[in-house]
Design a protein around this ligand. Structure first.
Ligand SMILES: Cc1cc2nc3c(=O)[nH]c(=O)nc-3n(C[C@H](O)[C@H](O)[C@H](O)COP(=O)(O)OP(=O)(O)OC[C@H]3O[C@@H](n4cnc5c(N)ncnc54)[C@H](O)[C@@H]3O)c2cc1C
Length: 511
């Protein structure tokens, strides 16, 4: 490598069989499964610190305090003509990735979601083919424990059932469901409150494996599939080389970012930024998906009791189309006041408050990720294009959600917890008013996906094939949320674990 002064710098190079970039949700699974074979030398490169012994990260209920801290890449988004330009996308910078700072709500996606993937060209990813991976997950997934069940949340579940006629589900993962309400399945250890993150469940038991090298606080900023991954570790630059293959697991924002910085992406964009084109892959950064959610906020009529797993312990899935086999509207109940977006518009911040957040499970709006410049330190441009679908489906879903939330709020035993509706407030009633409010305060459920989507060889915009191989690079795979061809109806983390499990099998078969 040439230094800034024009001299030559000899870089320290290390070599492994498999090099994984990103010790997050999927990357931890791949590293754990592959290093179970003592003959395979695995290197896991993680941009953030270790979570071992750090109770701030390990205690599930502390998740909200980690956002916008040193554990968060904290990505802004570009101006949204029809959405909330102020929202920020949290992405964890710590071993275990987002499973180390999220709420660990753990849903097996419904069969129809995987059928959508297969229809989009992901041959081999049907529900039946994914079930064996679900059965072998090392994550401790359990419905919220009885001791953590808050009375307000239990009353919410009862009111959803009465108001909307949806079944109360004891375990959302027991069988595919069309709609329902109940306490969530969560990946945690109720007796200690410790999250069963990718790191806790897949890495902590195996830290003494001699063939597993975990490099924390190490940032990858260039990939040359022949020469290696270039990383920054403190003030040192190193090259990490794989003799067998590279696995990119940096997540739906940082995996396409790394590819673009490495000259792999839409050629015209790369040329405009002055990045030498290594491969013209027009799909890199396209298909940026997310679950947008809005909020109805209430002031509580009395203090809310303290018990909880992580303050968003129950929810509601609704099917507006009665003939559909999957829900098309989802809500979380937050037993804390989530006021970051309403306060900016001048709404009151209650001392005791709570809210329901309607979200769009399968949004029609699709965005795009690009680079602002060629500097690896510059955050990428995230244009989610929220609520821009021409059929108005996403906006309609939020309006319907706000109306349904009011029906639940009017129903006992939940109704008597409510002193008043703070936002949008009783005066906001028409579709137009609800849409304008719902979009102005909308947030994200923090589920970006799809930016290196999987698809058939004939699909020019597919970035990886159904075996997760990067198009044109037989020794590079991608395993993280970026490979999702379409958005899932449910929260995506379990699907990311499944991607990690399957990636490990695919790689092992080739070793
Ligand atoms: C606040 C929050 C709450 C959420 N709650 C839930 C929930 O309850 N249930 C659910 O299903 N989903 C939830 N999600 C979404 C879910 O956590 C993610 O979709 C999933 O964990 C993403 O996994 P991943 O492997 O794709 O990426 P990540 O888990 O983000 O892993 C990427 C890893 O790569 C590292 N990295 C990135 N770039 C580099 C680089 N250049 N060099 C080295 N390392 C790098 C990062 O530090 C990170 O550790 C939530 C997300 C957030 C942010």
């Amino acid at each position: 490598m040439i230094t800034a002064r024009g001299g030559w710098l000899k870089l320290d190079t290390s070599e492994f069989d498999v090099v994984i970039v990103g010790g997050g949700t999927a990357g931890s699974v791949v590293a754990s499964r592959l290093s179970a074979d003592p003959a395979v030398r695995v290197c896991l490169i993680e941009g953030g610190p270790s979570d071992v012994g750090d109770q701030r990260v390990l205690q599930l209920r502390n998740w909200l305090n980690l956002l916008e801290t040193e554990f968060d890449y904290d990505y802004p988004i570009v101006e949204q003509p029809r959405g909330n330009s102020h929202l920020r996308h949290s992405r964890a910078k710590v071993l275990g990735g987002c499973s180390s700072h999220n709420t660990m709500i753990s849903f097996l996606p419904p069969p129809g979601d995987f059928a959508d993937w297969v229809a989009a060209g992901a041959t081999g990813w049907s529900y039946d083919e994914m079930l064996p991976y679900w059965k072998r997950l090392a994550v401790n997934i359990t419905p919220v424990a009885p001791a953590d069940r808050n009375p307000i949340t239990a009353d919410f579940v009862a009111a959803c059932h009465t108001a909307l006629g949806v079944p109360v589900l004891d375990d959302f993962n027991a069988a595919p469901f069309a709609d329902g309400t109940g306490f969530f399945p969560v990946g945690y250890h109720p007796e200690t409150g410790v999250r069963s993150s990718a790191s806790v469940s897949y890495l902590h038991p195996h830290l003494d494996r001699p063939n597993l090298t975990i490099m924390t606080d190490t940032w990858a900023f260039h990939l040359d599939p022949e020469a290696g991954v270039t990383v920054r570790q403190g003030d040192q630059i190193k090259i990490i080389k794989a003799t067998h293959e590279y696995v990119l697991s940096a997540g739906a924002i940082d995996t396409p970012r790394l590819l673009l910085l490495s000259g792999i992406g839409p050629a015209a964009d790369l040329e405009r930024l002055g990045i030498a084109v290594r491969a013209d892959l027009p799909g890199v950064g396209e298909n940026l998906l997310d679950h947008p959610e809005s909020l109805i906020l209430w002031e509580a009529s009395r203090p809310i009791p303290p018990m909880s797993a992580m303050d968003s312990d129950a929810g509601l899935f609704v099917r507006r189309d009665a003939s559909a086999e999957r829900p098309d509207l989802m809500f979380h109940l937050y037993q804390i006041p989530f006021t970051v977006n309403t306060e900016r518009l001048g709404y009151d911040v209650p001392q005791h408050g709570f809210g329901m957040t309607p979200n769009v499970p399968r949004p029609h709006s699709v965005g795009r990720l690009t680079l602002a410049d060629a500097d690896p330190a510059t955050k990428p441009l995230l244009d989610f294009r929220y609520f821009t679908d021409p059929d108005g489906y996403d906006e309609r879903t939020i309006v319907d959600g706000l109306r349904l939330a009011r029906e639940v709020a009017a129903t006992e035993p939940f109704a008597s917890w409510i002193a008043r509706e703070i936002a949008p407030g009783p005066a906001i009633r028409t579709d137009e008013e609800l849409s304008a409010y719902g979009r102005a305060v909308h947030h994200t459920v923090f589920h970006p996906a799809g930016t290196c989507r999987m698809g058939a060889a004939s699909d020019e915009l597919a970035v990886v094939d159904p075996e997760l191989r990067l198009r044109g690079f037989p020794n590079v795979r991608i395993a993280d949320a970026s490979v999702f061809p379409t958005m899932l109806t449910v929260n995506p983390m379990v699907a990311v674990f499944l991607v990690g499990e399957r990636a490990a099998d695919l790689i092992s078969a080739d070793l």
